[in-house]
Design a protein around this ligand. Structure first.
Ligand code: ADP
Ligand code: MG
Length: 330
């Protein structure tokens, strides 16, 4: 089975059943009198619902932040719970091989922690694959080709950029900007312009509903409720897609700068390749409307959004795993 351990979402894929789990990467612990003893209270979407509204005896954590494992024990608990949810132990045999996508920046200590968590969850063997390479495979990029392609994965807390050729990431980079920073930019914009403080989940909902990377798209409107800065009472404002486009100018510039930085340091041959093959966008952030047009206008290269960008990494890891199996049986 393949596991994509993302900052925002964790996905599990099996060759036989496809995507068997797609849950927010959130865990909620119940605190006990003894500080080191805490038990798992909720995981995944049940835990995400508690974010921002957690009772005092509970603690809600996102074990991964900015593409790195910020809380190793919580990440291990989360992996074990998700594997149990996706595939109850009696259903999957002893020979399960796990292929897990890890962020490019994961340290050896983090990699070992992920391996241990996978073994604790019942894995017989564990392969780790870079998230960007897995995303490229899932997006249908010809990764083995000598001609380089560029993949930009916009996740919850990071944007990973890489040029891929000969089956590996030839050069790449990352920036600490992703969907979470888009949400925060919307919160700041609405606070400054309308004097209303939105919650993070409301801002994310606004982004998904009327979000756009370009101002010249037809205007869409929606109502959002937050707390008025004036009297601290609930206040509903009508937001337009132009509000979101204005709010996202700065975080999108960070995404563009990250891509530019990789293009600037890459050997000229690779840049020539990318001018032809273009850029493929993966990750949930790629679902922002008109992002492809915005990037292509700024970078002067063709840009396309992968099919099902949020599941590229896990599907690609699954495909890479079946290749490994083939090799193993040779
Ligand atoms: P990660 O790999 O870090 O777990 P994902 O690839 O799952 O991240 O992407 C999660 C991000 O994608 C979140 O910030 C979420 O708000 C954003 N996202 C999901 N759907 C949309 C959408 N329709 N429009 C804009 N952003 C979206
Ligand atoms: Mg991801």
């Amino acid at each position: 089975m393949a596991v994509d351990l993302g900052t925002a979402n964790t996905l599990i894929y099996t060759v036989d059943d496809g995507i068997v789990l797609n849950q927010p990467s959130v865990v909620c612990f119940e605190r006990h009198a003894t500080p080191c003893e805490s038990t798992l209270a909720a995981v995944g979407s049940a835990a995400k619902q508690l974010l921002g509204r957690t009772p005092a005896n509970l603690e809600t954590v996102r074990p991964l932040q900015h593409g790195v494992i910020a809380n190793v024990p919580a990440a291990q608990q989360m992996i074990r719970s998700f594997v149990d949810m996706a595939c109850p132990r009696r259903l999957f045999g002893r020979r399960a091989t796990f292929t897990i996508c890890v962020p490019a920046g994961a340290t050896n200590v983090e990699r070992r922690a992920i391996r241990e968590a996978a073994f604790a969850a019942g894995a017989a063997s564990v392969h780790l694959i870079g998230e960007l390479l897995a995303s490229a495979v899932g997006a249908g990029v010809p990764v083995a080709s000598a001609t380089a392609s560029m993949v930009v994965d916009i996740g919850g807390g990071t944007t990973e950029v890489g040029m891929i050729a000969h089956g590996s990431v030839v050069c790449g980079g990352s920036a600490r900007v992703g969907g979470d920073q888009f949400d925060l930019a919307i919160i700041n914009h609405v606070r400054n312009v309308y004097g209303v403080m939105l919650g993070e989940q409301t801002a994310e909902h606004v982004k998904k509903t009327i979000g756009t990377a370009l101002r010249n798209a037809p205007v869409e409107r929606m109502r959002a409720t937050g707390r008025s800065l004036e009297d601290s009472l609930p206040r509903t404002v009508e937001l337009t897609s132009h509000d979101v486009a204005d709010a996202l100018v700065v975080p999108l510039r960070h995404v563009i700068d990250a891509v530019r930085a990789v293009l600037e340091t890459a050997p000229p041959e690779l840049v020539t390749d990318v001018a032809e093959t273009g850029i493929v966008l993966t990750g949930g952030g790629a679902l922002l409307a008109n992002l492809d047009a915005c990037l292509s206008a700024q970078l002067c290269v063709p840009v396309r959004v992968a099919d099902e960008p949020m599941t590229c990494a896990v599907r690609g890891a699954g495909a890479a795993a079946s290749l490994l199996d083939e090799y193993a049986f040779d």
